[in-house]
Design a protein around this ligand. Structure first.
Ligand SMILES: Cc1ncc(C[n+]2csc(CCOP(=O)(O)OP(=O)(O)O)c2C)c(N)n1
Ligand SMILES: [Mg+2]
Length: 347
């Protein structure tokens, strides 16, 4: 536990830092290659979605997390389908990293009946309990108290399950999130709070909204064990998540991970250069050098665990999976109009 007051992200918020290949010394080659492959699946799935928003095929609003892939992949490594994971409006990565299929994601954003929410939810309402993903919610901060409740249920069931709550640096400003941190701490609930701090809430930089650019100080205020890390380093995220999950499973209470990252597209939609009407400056091109994929790939190549050719093969294999899944989603039917009240509580 850090004993001094966390006042700043330090170098983690400086895009000129953390650009080098990540440290993979002592790491297992197969695990790393699998993490690289899943990150490519997430990136290429979102690039496909971006392309199809532009083509007009996708009509629902989509919040893309391109650039943020490592957080979800690292956090998911030690989870089981019995754990309860909750996302937010930018959750394609959370869903895919747990094993959600491309078919059901693409069908969902197209409103098709084979989608993970039967085509009724779209990009911001993903749901697949078979993989432990209990829903993404577009109300900012809205899923955090639900995840905390799942943590209480897990504690009562005494099966060693944990709840995971993904949210952003904007969500930390919601009262319900503060109340959730408090309750989880007081009741020692097995909740892993994962704040993907991409420094922005919509178009507003955290420094325009908060007296400090770190969110872990709210964990500190609630006496919650925490770690502030490079969210674009999949190995660091995985190791931190392992520590957090072991802590929670052992009945020691919640853990808060602040994973510092950056999104390459605007707040919503495919654009790279605008963010809710605000032009993004040269900062983006510097942040792209902290790319979670190329930093892992380069580390693997330098350690002779990957060749350029194998890296290209991985990407081509993912390309063909994306192509096939997209075609399956296009071929799938829309839900029947008569089904419109089947998936709601009030009829
Ligand atoms: C309660 C609520 N307030 C405002 C919004 C509008 N809104 C949608 S996403 C967003 C920004 C959230 O930022 P953050 O939590 O940092 O997540 P990020 O978009 O960076 O992934 C806002 C203000 C909303 N959906 N819900
Ligand atoms: Mg944010």
């Amino acid at each position: 536990m850090t004993t001094h007051l966390i006042e700043s992200l330090g170098n983690l918020s400086d895009p000129l830092c953390y650009q080098e290949p990540i440290n993979i010394v002592g790491e297992n080659k197969e695990i790393l290659l699998n993490e690289l492959r899943i990150m490519w699946v997430i990136r290429k799935a979102e690039e496909k979605i971006a392309e199809q928003i532009i083509s007009g095929a996708i009509k629902c609003p989509c919040h893309l997390g391109i650039g943020q892939e490592a957080a979800a992949v690292g956090v998911s490594a030690y989870l089981t389908p019995n754990d309860k994971v909750f996302g937010a409006h930018r959750s394609h990565s959370h869903f895919l990293a747990l094993g959600g299929t491309l078919d059901s994601l693409f069908a969902e954003v197209l409103g098709k009946v084979t989608g993970c929410s039967k085509g009724m939810g779209g990009s911001m309402h993903l749901f697949d309990p078979s993989i432990g993903f209990h829903g993404s919610v577009p109300i900012v901060g809205g899923s955090v108290p639900i995840a905390t409740g799942a943590g209480l249920a897990a504690k009562l069931s005494k099966k060693g399950e944990v709840a995971v709550s993904y949210f952003g640096d904007g969500a930390i400003e919601e009262g319900a999130v503060q109340e959730s941190l408090n309750l989880a701490s007081v009741m020692k609930l097995p909740v892993i709070f994962v704040c993907e701090n991409n420094l922005f809430s919509s178009h507003l930089h955290i420094e325009l909204r908060q007296p400090a650019n770190t969110t872990a100080r709210f964990a500190q205020a609630n006496l919650i064990e925490h770690a502030v890390i490079d969210g674009n380093d999949v190995v660091t995220v995985r190791k931190t998540a392992q520590r957090a999950i072991e802590h929670a499973r052992a009945g020691k209470g919640p853990f808060f991970i602040e994973a510092v990252t950056y999104r390459w597209r605007g707040h919503v939609g495919p654009s790279e250069d605008t963010d809710v009407g605000v032009k993004r400056g040269a900062e983006l091109s510097v942040w792209r050098k902290r790319d979670p994929l190329s930093r892992l790939a380069l580390a693997l190549i330098q350690s002779n665990m990957l060749t350029e050719k194998t890296h290209t093969d991985i990407q081509e294999e993912v390309d063909s999976q994306i192509k096939e899944a997209w075609q399956n989603a296009l071929n799938a039917p829309y839900p029947e109009l008569s089904a419109i009240l089947e998936t709601v509580y009030a009829k």
